[in-house]
Design a protein. Structure first.
Length: 156
């Protein structure tokens, strides 16, 4: 979803890369879950979807500008990984995806800030999760544009 939104945004398309990775290795190399594929199709996205499950490797962190964990537990794990980045290397921003959701109430609890995990639920939960993710996209794209502009300004 984010990759497609970035590609459609002329401010970002040429300079922003979007990757997807997780914290566990269990699904490494697997294609997208069929329920996610169906939820994306229900939301109007068209195949082919570019996704193969993979895990985040410590060496990649300094090469990324922004990490978007789905849950507070994921964010905590990424923060622990980021603490191990050498001091002379850049550290990515780590922001929960839902913090970009304009409908998220101020002072929301951890369970409200985390994107619901539909894994043990039915198709409807996957459809709802896609809608939760989509709700944050416009604000997230603005944030990415701000990060990109700051990076460009620093390079001048």
């Amino acid at each position: 979803m984010l990759r497609e939104a970035v590609r459609a945004d002329p401010r970002l398309a040429a300079d922003v890369e979007v990757h997807s990775a997780g914290l566990s290795w269990e699904a490494e190399g697997e294609p997208m879950d069929p329920r996610t594929v169906l939820a994306l199709e229900h939301a109007g996205y068209t195949q082919p979807f570019e996704h193969t499950a993979r895990s985040i490797h410590q060496s990649e962190l300094p090469t990324w500008d922004l990490l978007l964990p789905m849950t507070t537990d994921h964010a905590a794990a990424l923060l622990r990984k980021a603490e191990q980045i050498p001091p002379d290397a850049s550290t990515p921003e780590i922001s929960l995806w839902r913090t970009f959701d304009p409908l998220l109430p101020a002072g929301a609890e951890d369970e409200d800030i985390s994107v619901p995990d539909p894994w043990y639920e039915g198709q409807e939960a996957f459809d709802e999760t896609i809608e939760v993710l989509r709700g944050a996209l416009p604000t997230l794209l603005e944030h990415i544009a701000e990060l990109l502009e700051a990076k460009r300004a620093a390079a001048r």
